[in-house]
Design a protein around this ligand. Structure first.
Ligand code: SDX
Length: 427
């Protein structure tokens, strides 16, 4: 037996094997803990608990390192494309030119959704949040494609993966167009993945739409930065839901709902609303930072803090630089960016944030860029979901490849001891 950890309990000693990862991380394998001692572990929020071994994404939270399949996020953001990164995450290696061309062509030619999706969207209220609409629509894909739902059939899985990657931009744009009361735009297969998304979002049948290359490149890079992040809340949701052997569409729909939460992907919308409220109320950055230290969820400094990063989120560092480049390229003066920079400067000098190792995360700057490009605020988290989709898919595939058992945590019961039913007349 390799390295072990010893547990002494009630006069007994149990040795638990250690698992060591390729980057030197170590875990105690508790697989035999309950059978050997009757004990279970307790770790609400899973801050100290690993759910799986994975070869997809590596994060070093103390040093602010993020790599997809070993490639540093900085190099991928600089040199790659979102579809190439999607291929990398799903298949494990960078594609050859032929592999990328085949993958791109397959995605490009499956972007349309069934015409009945228009009726599905028309049944939703005009002010439906696009994340609710996308979660519903992705779940509904399972009703349109009953032929490709078996997670144990590799061909059906491949078809579902390509359908999802191809159709989520179309679904996302339908959610937006429905909220605007504008006609849905069909995909244009002559355009790039992001260019097609932009035209479905912002084109109308009334005039020709030109894709802005600056915006196209910025969004492609934003999607790369959001593509995976190991076992975050929504990815863990996709794995747990997927472990019941439900189809891919059902698992991804659950992931979209988990991402929507303001503590998770919903934070990018919250950041902009926070910056706008500071501007509208005429608050100084100092006043708001003091309010954020009051330790209640409602006035937190949104876009700051992270369960894993106890250093600057490398994605935030890239986005901070990109925000200036995109805004100057678009000729946009952003009061919100100025406020964000002031907040960051104050927070990074403040002991409250330093002691708690609270740094800007991926959501702190992304919204400023999305807003400057004309993306509606309630679509920000949808943009996060578009980026995270290949990561969710890769993690779901890995969970099935590892033949993981159904996820079923235990608990410690703290409720009433046994008691007996009292008839209503006697209560
Ligand atoms: C994402 O997991 C991932 O990888 C997620 C993600 C991904 O790519 O998938 O990176 C994407 O979700 C980024 C995080 C986006 N969320 C936000 O920006 C919301 C604001 N931040 C938080 O609410 C919070 O920091 C979390 C949810 C991100 C992390 O929460 P933790 O690890 O459970 O930390 P905590 O809530 O226990 O806070 C620890 C302390 C508390 O103070 P004390 O009780 O010690 O006095 O720090 C304080 C908190 O009150 N705190 C904040 C704060 N975040 C934490 N105080 C003010 N402003 C904040 N933003």
């Amino acid at each position: 037996m390799g390295q072990t950890a010893k547990l002494h309990y009630e006069g007994k000693e149990i040795e638990l094997p250690l698992i060591e990862g390729s980057e030197g991380e170590k875990a105690v394998d508790c697989g035999q803990l309950r059978s050997a001692t009757g004990l279970i572990t307790m770790d609400p929020g899973y801050g100290n608990t690993g759910s799986c071994e994975s070869q997809i994404t590596f994060i070093n939270g103390e040093e602010g390192i993020l790599r997809y399949r070993g490639y540093p996020i900085e190099e991928l953001a600089e040199n790659s494309s979102f579809l190439e990164v999607s291929y990398l995450l799903v298949n494990g290696d960078l594609p050859s030119p032929e592999e990328l061309a085949t993958f791109t062509e397959s995605i490009r030619t499956h972007t349309m959704v069934h015409e009945d999706f228009k009726r599905l969207f028309s049944a939703l209220p005009k002010d439906a949040h696009p994340m609710a609409a996308c979660a519903a629509a992705v779940g509904a894909l399972a009703t349109f494609y009953p032929d490709s739902l078996d997670p144990r059939d590799s061909r059906q899985v491949e078809i579902s993966v390509h359908r999802l990657l191809a159709k989520l931009p179309t679904i996302a744009s339908y959610a937006y167009k429905h909220s605007m009361g504008q006609p849905f735009m069909y995909p244009d297969n002559k355009l790039s993945y992001v260019g097609n998304f932009l035209q479905m979002m912002f084109a109308t049948p009334c005039e020709k739409y030109e894709v802005d290359p600056v915006i196209q490149k910025a969004i492609d890079m934003l999607l790369i930065l959001h593509a995976d992040h190991e076992q975050n809340c929504s990815t863990s949701t996709v794995r747990l839901v997927g472990s019941s052997m439900v189809n891919l569409f059902g698992a991804i729909s659950a992931g979209i709902s988990a991402l929507w939460g303001p503590r998770h992907g919903g934070a990018n919308q919250e950041v902009i609303e926070m910056l706008e409220s500071i501007a509208e109320e005429g608050l100084t950055a100092k006043q708001f930072v003091e309010r954020a230290k009051s330790n209640d969820d409602t006035s937190r400094l949104m876009g700051f803090g992270h369960r894993v990063y106890k250093n600057y989120d490398p994605r935030a560092r890239i986005l901070r630089k990109s925000a200036h480049e995109v805004l100057s390229s678009l000729g946009v003066q952003s009061k919100l960016l100025e406020i964000a920079m002031e907040l960051e400067e104050l927070a990074l000098e403040d002991d409250y944030f330093g002691e708690r190792k609270l740094y800007p995360n991926v959501d702190f700057y992304s919204g400023v860029i999305y807003k400057a490009m004309g993306t509606p605020v309630n679509m920000f988290t949808v943009m996060f979901a578009l980026g995270r989709l290949p990561g969710w898919i890769a993690q779901w595939l890995e969970m099935h490849e590892d033949k993981q058992r159904i996820g079923r945590p235990r608990q410690i019961y703290t409720g009433s001891a046994e008691r007996h039913y009292v008839p209503l007349s006697n209560r």
